[in-house]
Design a protein around this ligand. Structure first.
Ligand code: 5GP
Length: 214
């Protein structure tokens, strides 16, 4: 049986405070085969964050240099700072057959879909607007002005949920995590992906490549 496979891209978006990073971290703990893309950002580091782990924290000049030399797969301005996905690690992982998860906003997701139309889009929603505000305050990492700006931006982000195939409501964490895992599992079973992953078997079963083309 062939083990050659091409990795998939998962685009995970959410308004700040919806619990996206906690869900993604829990997912990766149970499925280390997925590579998490580490974004570049020009925003200041928050307490508890590590350079190279949560983000590559870089200057605006460095950001422009990377973006202008086509080293970013996508780039967007979010809450007054620049964010972008380094292209090379993503391309390398996909070539190795690894799945890649991108935690990005709707603008970035749109750009990635242009390169990878088959990417799986997942949007995480809070159970209520009150819960969203409470989570932002509890995080205690941003001042009131930043929180107010993020709440305002949340509505703008959520207006794009329809551009993502899946919407998870993060009320009960364990339920939301199971739903996220289910989406990943089922997207891996799409027929074209299975045909590529198990090319020898499909061939042996007499299934032509044309019959499984996406
Ligand atoms: P935060 O500053 O709270 O970590 O992230 C703010 C927003 O930026 C979130 O919506 C997050 O998804 C988005 N973001 C993080 N990394 C990237 C990226 O590489 N590209 C884009 N387009 N958005 C990103």
């Amino acid at each position: 049986m062939s083990t050659i496979s091409t990795g998939r891209i998962y685009l995970v978006a959410a308004p700040s405070g919806a619990g996206k990073s906690s869900l993604v971290n829990a997912l990766l703990a149970t499925d280390p085969s997925i590579m998490l893309s580490i974004s570049c950002t020009t925003r200041p580091m928050r307490p508890g964050e590590e350079n190279g782990k949560h983000y590559h924290f870089i200057s605006v000049d460095e950001y422009h240099r990377l973006r202008d030399s086509n080293n970013l797969l996508e780039s967007a301005e979010v809450h007054g700072n620049f964010y972008g996905t380094p292209a090379q690690p993503v391309q390398r992982a996909l070539q190795q057959g690894r799945d890649v998860l991108l935690e990005i906003d709707w603008q970035g997701a749109r750009q990635v879909r242009k390169h990878f139309p088959e990417a799986t889009g997942i949007f995480i929603l809070p159970p209520s607007i009150e819960a969203l505000e409470e989570r932002l305050r509890k995080r205690g990492q941003d001042d009131d002005k930043v929180i107010a700006r993020r709440l305002l931006a949340a509505g703008g982000e959520m207006a794009h949920v329809g551009e993502f195939q899946y919407a998870i409501i993060n009320d009960d964490f364990d339920v939301a995590l199971t739903q996220l895992q289910s989406i990943i599992q089922s997207s891996r079973l799409h027929t074209p992906a299975q045909a590529q992953r198990h090319a020898e078997l499909f061939n042996q079963l007499g299934i032509s490549a044309a019959a499984t083309a996406a």
